[in-house]
Design a protein around this ligand. Structure first.
Ligand code: GDP
Length: 452
C-alpha cells in the first residue's frame, strides 16, 4: 500500500535525518519534495498545498532549526499532519439505540460495494465489527440488495450471505429499490434483527437518477450509517466520486477498498480532507475477512516507511496463539529477528491471507514481497520453509554464519538453488534491519510516541 508516496517521502526524510542542523531553506526544500510526493501519489492539489503550508509553518514556527534533532522533528511534524489529514483516529460504526440499525451502502458499480456489505455483515455477526472493545456482542444481521439494475446483483448478495451464514431478504422479482427497502425494514423489525444492511444499486458514473434513488431510499430507511464505498485504485476519480456523493447524500463514513492493490495512497489522503467524513474501513482483499478498521496513525507510519507493526501483531494475534503474538511483539520491540521468527511468520502468512495482505505491514516486507513475487509467488513460501528447515540450529539463530559453502549445502538439502537461498537471506536481513530501526526509536512505544 502507498508504495510510491512512501518511497518518495522516505528519500526526503533520509536526507533530513542525516543532518545535524537545518536551515530554513532545508525545511522549505524538503517540504517542496513532500508536495511533489503527494501530488505524484494522486493527492488532490488543494489538499497537498494546504498540507504543505501547514506543515512548513509548524516546522519553522516550532524552532525545529535550533533543536538537537531537527530532521526527526520535521518527520514528526509531517507525520502528525498526515494523521490529521487522514482523520484523527479509527471511527467505529454507530448503530444507534433502537434496532434494527440500518447501514446503507452506496457507491459506483465495481467499487466493491456488495463485497464490503458482506464483509461488514460478517464482522457484525461475529461480534467484531467495531474491532474495539465495544460492540463485541454478536449481531443478528439481515442483508438486502436494492440493486435492480445489474443482472444477478441480488443473487450475488444471497450467495455471499450463504457463504458467511448471514440472512438475506428473499428476492421478489420486479420490485423497485424503495419498495425493497420498505419490505426489508418490515422484515427486520418483525423478525428481530439488530442490523439491516442495504446494498444499493451502483452506476458506472455518478448521475442524477442514482442520487435521487439514494435519497429516496435514505428517506424510507432512515439509516444510522450511510457508507460510501470507493475503490482506492481509482485515485483522483475516487475523490471526485466521494465529493459528488457527499454533496447529495448525508454520508457518515467511507469504506476504501482495494487497499491491498498498488494504490498510490492519494485517495486515502484526500478523502477525509475533501468530504470531511471518516474512513471507517479498509478493504484489503477479495476474501470476506479482508477488512480492517482504518487507523490513520498507522497508515501515516506506513507512509513514512516505518511499517505497520501494530497492525501486523494484531492480525497475527487473531490467527495464532496469543502467547506467540506476545513473544513476537517482544522480539520486535527488542529488535531481534532470527530465522526461527522468519519461519514462524512464513507459516502464518498463509493463514493470514497470503503475502498480498501483509505487504507493507512488516517493516522491509515490501521489498521482500518483490523478491518473493519475482520467484513465483505463494508457492515460494513452501520453498523458504524448506530452506530454513535445511539450516542447522546455529545457522537459524545466527544467519550471518551462512557463507557460500553453507549456502550450497542448504540449497541441496532443500531442493532449491543458491540464488533462492540468497533471496531468503536478503529478505531476512531487510526485515531485521527494519526491526533494529524500530528498536533505535525506543521500541514500539517509542515509535508510537513519535507518531503522536
Ligand atoms: P460492486 O459492483 O460495487 O458491488 O462490487 P463487488 O462487490 O461485486 O466487487 C467487484 C470486485 O472487486 C469483486 O471481484 C471483488 O472480489 C473485488 N473486491 C472488492 N473489494 C476488494 C478489496 O478490498 N480488494 C480486492 N483485491 N478486491 C476487492
Amino acid at each position: 500500500m502507498f508504495e510510491s508516496l512512501s518511497d518518495r517521502l522516505g528519500g526526503v526524510f533520509d536526507r533530513l535525518r542525516g543532518r545535524g542542523a537545518l536551515t530554513e531553506a532545508d525545511v522549505r526544500a524538503a517540504m517542496r519534495e513532500v508536495r511533489v510526493a503527494l501530488l505524484e501519489a494522486d493527492v488532490a492539489l488543494p489538499v497537498a498545498r494546504e498540507f504543505v503550508e501547514k506543515a512548513t509553518e509548524k516546522a519553522i514556527g516550532q524552532n525545529v532549526l535550533r533543536s538537537v534533532t531537527p530532521g526527526q522533528q520535521v518527520v514528526k511534524i509531517v507525520s502528525d499532519a498526515l494523521v490529521e489529514m487522514l482523520g484523527s483516529d479509527a471511527v467505529e460504526l454507530e448503530l444507534g439505540v433502537t434496532p434494527p440499525a440500518v447501514i446503507m451502502m452506496v457507491g459506483l458499480q465495481g467499487s466493491g460495494k456488495t463485497t464490503s456489505t458482506a464483509k461488514i455483515a460478517k464482522r457484525l455477526a461475529a461480534g467484531q465489527a467495531n474491532f474495539g472493545q465495544a460492540g463485541r456482542e454478536r449481531k443478528k444481521v439481515l442483508m438486502a440488495s436494492l440493486d435492480v439494475n445489474r443482472p444477478n446483483a441480488q443473487e450475488q448478495l444471497a450467495t455471499l450471505g450463504t457463504q458467511i451464514d448471514v440472512a438475506t431478504l428473499p428476492i421478489v422479482q420486479g420490485q423497485q429499490p424503495v419498495d425493497i427497502a420498505r419490505r426489508a425494514m418490515q422484515a427486520a423489525k418483525l423478525q428481530g434483527y439488530d442490523v439491516l444492511m442495504l446494498d444499493t444499486a451502483g452506476r458506472l458514473h455518478v448521475d442524477q437518477a442514482l442520487m435521487d434513488e439514494m435519497k429516496a431510499v435514505a428517506d424510507v430507511a432512515n439509516p444510522a450509517e450511510i457508507l460510501l464505498v470507493v475503490d482506492s485504485l481509482t485515485g483522483q476519480d475516487a475523490v471526485n466520486v466521494a465529493q459528488n456523493f457527499s454533496d447529495q447524500v448525508p454520508l457518515t463514513g467511507i469504506v476504501l477498498t482495494r487497499m491491498d492493490g498498488d494504490a498510490r495512497g492519494g485517495a486515502a489522503l484526500s478523502m477525509r480532507a475533501v468530504t470531511g467524513k471518516p474512513i471507517k474501513f479498509a478493504g484489503t482483499g477479495e476474501k470476506l475477512d479482508a477488512l480492517e478498521a482504518f487507523h490513520p496513525e498507522r497508515v501515516a507510519g506506513r507512509i513514512l516507511g516505518m511499517g505497520d507493526v501494530v497492525s501486523l501483531v494484531e492480525r497475527a494475534a487473531e490467527s495464532i496463539q496469543a502467547e506467540d503474538a506476545e513473544r513476537m511483539a517482544a522480539k520486535m520491540a527488542k529488535g531481534q529477528f532470527d530465522m526461527n521468527d522468519l519461519r514462524a511468520q512464513l507459516a502464518q502468512m498463509q493463514r493470514m491471507g497470503g503475502l498480498g495482505a501483509l505487504a507493507g505491514m512488516i517493516p522491509g516486507m515490501k521489498k521482500a514481497q518483490g523478491a518473493v513475487a519475482s520467484v513465483g509467488g505463494e508457492k515460494v513460501l513452501v520453498h523458504m520453509d524448506a530452506m530454513i528447515g535445511s539450516m542447522t540450529i546455529k545457522e537459524r539463530n545466527k544467519p550471518e554464519l551462512i557463507n557460500a559453502k553453507r549456502k550450497i549445502r542448504i540449497a541441496k538439502g532443500s531442493g532449491t538453488t543458491v540464488q533462492e537461498v540468497n533471496k531468503l537471506l536478503k529478505m531476512h536481513l531487510e526485515m531485521s534491519t527494519a526491526m533494529k530501526k524500530i528498536k533505535k526509536m525506543g521500541g514500539m512505544k517509542g515509535m508510537m510516541a513519535m507518531l503522536g
